[in-house]
Design a protein around this ligand. Structure first.
Ligand code: ZN
Length: 433
């Protein structure tokens, strides 16, 4: 068969048109989703060419919203288009995680006078409940803040409020999307974090819950949240007893360990971490760091951190200053989060399980509180055996300290301040600066 040779502008049109189609198809291929229902709207014209591939979900209101968006985008484009080489492509990626729930992202590529621009838009067929959007945002912030290299560049203030984040239902979770420049430098591009549905289980819409396996532990923000903390361990016997109780009820706590005890009690330290507990430092030798020199403070923290890193494989990111003694030097040298407490059981003084239990029960509410105990007394471990089921029966979920700060206070941990009783009671933010 003879090749078609192009002799005039007119007869070239079909091959240009073919090139346009090929280009559009290649563009669509990049954004193929798992959902297949779609409608193609297409025109090759000297006054501007477009190719739109939009989903048809049979949810009439949702389809109408998408149709209107594409119509508007097309009208806007045709106002500026001047030739067939000015093009508009709209590809769509649609997700359907539960019966009547759809999430669609539209990728809009415009070429005008050879300038190419890409824009992204997100649509959901179902509104997010307050609990679901809150939990998805907090979870995404936790993921972001766990990456220290990213946090150095991040705009913490913007991340804290994160009013601009967009949410999208996908097949496996909720994507939290920050526009380029919103929280990280614009050169980092769009920041997109996928929060798996399992992590949001208690607050999922029923249609997604049906398709999601319930994990062993998720944070349920519809419950009251409280953090148990244990200082001065690890202790081979009593830390183990505390962990047995937590494990029995599927709960977690936070352990502030004295560095020089860690190597000899590696087993319980590793076990705590593996259970989802937070394990952090309490200085190397239980030193009072309030008036210590910068060198002494750095040494006490660094040695404790190294001891924990040796058994856990990673350095802790927070510490509790022994005696809750905080001074200006500690606040300025430490690049760790400094954690205090809001309920003191005085367990070290009474050494009496019943008194420890009574001191916790005497609080009007423990929602948002951090309870101080010590992992080195039998009386404390015995008290925990009874306190954990009592807390659960009274509508509490036990969380780690960082979870409490993130989920209860919708806050992000920062260095250079001390999270003390004022903070955890929600009355006032600590001000040591
Ligand atoms: Zn202590």
């Amino acid at each position: 068969m003879a090749a078609v040779i192009c002799l005039s502008a007119f007869s070239c049109a079909p091959s240009k048109k073919k090139a346009f189609q090929d280009e559009a198809n290649a563009f669509f291929e990049q954004y193929k989703g798992t959902f297949s229902g779609s409608e193609k709207i297409y025109e090759y014209s000297e006054s501007g060419s477009f190719y739109i591939n939009k989903p048809v979900t049979k949810d009439e209101a949702f389809d109408k919203k998408l149709t209107e968006f594409c119509q508007n985008a097309k009208d806007e484009f045709l106002k500026s288009a001047k030739s067939a080489q000015d093009t508009l492509f709209i590809a769509s990626k649609t997700y359907n995680p539960g019966q009547d729930i759809f999430g669609t992202e539209l990728i809009v590529q415009k070429t005008l006078s050879r300038n190419v621009s890409n824009e992204y838009y997100y649509f959901n067929s179902k509104e997010f409940s307050k609990d679901l959007s809150f939990n998805a945002l907090v979870n995404a912030k936790r993921t972001l803040t766990s990456d220290k290299s990213k946090m150095k560049k991040a705009d913490i203030k913007k991340l804290k409020s994160s009013k601009n984040a967009q949410l999208l239902y996908t097949d496996t979770g909720i994507d939290v999307i920050y526009n380029a420049g919103d929280i990280l430098p614009a050169s980092d591009g769009e920041v997109r974090i996928s929060v798996p549905y399992g992590e949001l289980y208690p607050v999922l819409p029923d249609a997604i819950k049906e398709n999601t396996e319930q994990p062993e532990r998720t944070i349920d923000t519809t419950k009251k949240l409280v953090a148990l903390t244990f200082d001065d361990g690890p202790h081979s016997k009593y830390t183990a007893q505390i962990l047995d109780t937590l494990e029995k009820y599927g709960q977690v706590a936070t352990f502030f360990d004295v560095g020089n005890r860690v190597a000899d009690n590696a087993e319980v330290t590793i076990r705590a971490k593996a259970m989802g507990c937070e394990v952090a430092g309490h200085s190397w030798s239980h030193a009072n760091l309030q008036t210590s020199s910068k060198e002494k403070i750095e040494q006490e923290i660094e040695k404790a951190d190294s001891a924990l890193e040796a058994v856990l494989g990673e350095k802790p990111y927070m510490m509790r200053p022994p005696y809750g003694a905080v001074g200006k030097t500690l606040l300025s040298v430490s690049d760790e989060y400094l954690i205090g407490w809001s309920v003191d059981t005085l367990d070290w003084k009474s050494r009496d399980a019943e008194k420890v239990i009574a001191s916790v029960k005497s609080e009007r509410t423990l929602d948002g509180d951090v309870i101080l105990m010590h992992a080195i007394y039998k009386s404390t471990a015995d008290a925990v055996d009874k306190l954990v089921p009592w807390l659960i029966n009274n509508g509490y979920q036990l969380v780690t300290v960082s979870e409490l700060i993130n989920y209860k206070y919708n806050d992000i941990l920062e260095t250079g301040k001390y999270y003390d009783a004022n903070y955890f009671n929600g009355k006032a933010k600590p001000d040591y600066n």
